[in-house]
Ligand binder design. Sequence first.
Ligand SMILES: CC(C)(COP(=O)(O)OP(=O)(O)OC[C@H]1O[C@@H](n2cnc3c(N)ncnc32)[C@H](O)[C@@H]1O)[C@@H](O)C(=O)NCCC(=O)NCCS
Ligand SMILES: Nc1ncnc2c1ncn2[C@@H]1O[C@H](COP(=O)(O)OP(=O)(O)OP(=O)(O)O)[C@@H](O)[C@H]1O
Length: 244
Amino acid sequence: MAGKAKPVRCAAGRSGRLRSPSGGPTIVRIVRKREERESNMIKIAITGVIGSGKSTLSQCLRNLGYPVADCDAISHAILQPDQAGYKACVEAFGPAILEDQGRIDRAALGAIVFQDDARRRQLEAITHPLIQAELNRQAKASSSPLWFAEVPLLFEAGMEKQFDEIITVTAPLETILQRLQQGRGLSPQQARARMAAQMSQEEKSRRSTLTIVNDGDIPAMQDQIQQWIKEKQDGTESERRIPQ
Ligand SMILES: CC(C)(COP(=O)(O)OP(=O)(O)OC[C@H]1O[C@@H](n2cnc3c(N)ncnc32)[C@H](O)[C@@H]1O)[C@@H](O)C(=O)NCCC(=O)NCCS
Ligand SMILES: Nc1ncnc2c1ncn2[C@@H]1O[C@H](COP(=O)(O)OP(=O)(O)OP(=O)(O)O)[C@@H](O)[C@H]1O
């Protein structure tokens, strides 16, 4: 087991701009100020590449009592036969994506879209607006001061500006491939095909306000998020901003 990993954080400079932790280029803030928010709710996105540990982090947060919306679950729900995405997907992809009972076979749909970028974009054009609408509905319905949402394709779908904080979960590639094979039965080849359709871990991390490095056990990850929440609640965290 690796030692407790240190989250990477960006510290704000006095000018309202910030310097990257590596001393690299100055990056301009885009995170919304408290007074610019529609409500006092702080919206926090959880993102990361496939298998990095987003759902595991979400579960830690739920165990701590926080609401966490789940874009993968929403994307599954909208493909159910009586839901808005179903008809559009069947029209776009044809009967080859249907199981015997007429439900969408996600494995079959995945096999099509993760080997053809144009087909994947076609699916995303159907699903992303529906996912986005449901996410907004869930946020509006919540009264929690901290509201989390697991959004795997946050940056790829251009949704980052809707959040006040962005947490990227990262893990070493070999660990990810191993975990996905054991936990989800996804072959390294299938996992790599999905990763090829996603922004790199390094870039996601660079664009985030907090990186959680999931290279230890699950309690180690829970410690990292608990410490961050405590700093937020105590007001002892240094101001963090989202780089462009
Ligand atoms: C292609 C589908 C049918 C495959 O279903 P499946 O059950 O095998 O995977 P699941 O939905 O659980 O997704 C698991 C992971 O795959 C990756 N993934 C899913 N969709 C995409 C995509 N369009 N591009 C890149 N990676 C993706 C994400 O890391 C996600 O967390 C499904 O993922 C889907 O409908 N995707 C389009 C909607 C979408 O973009 N979902 C991501 C949430 S923002
Ligand atoms: N720290 C950890 N120690 C051991 N196993 C872990 C750890 N973090 C995650 N896992 C396991 O790795 C697999 C992938 O984790 P998880 O489902 O949380 O990732 P994800 O980013 O949500 O993946 P996806 O993009 O597929 O939704 C799961 O089987 C999970 O139980």
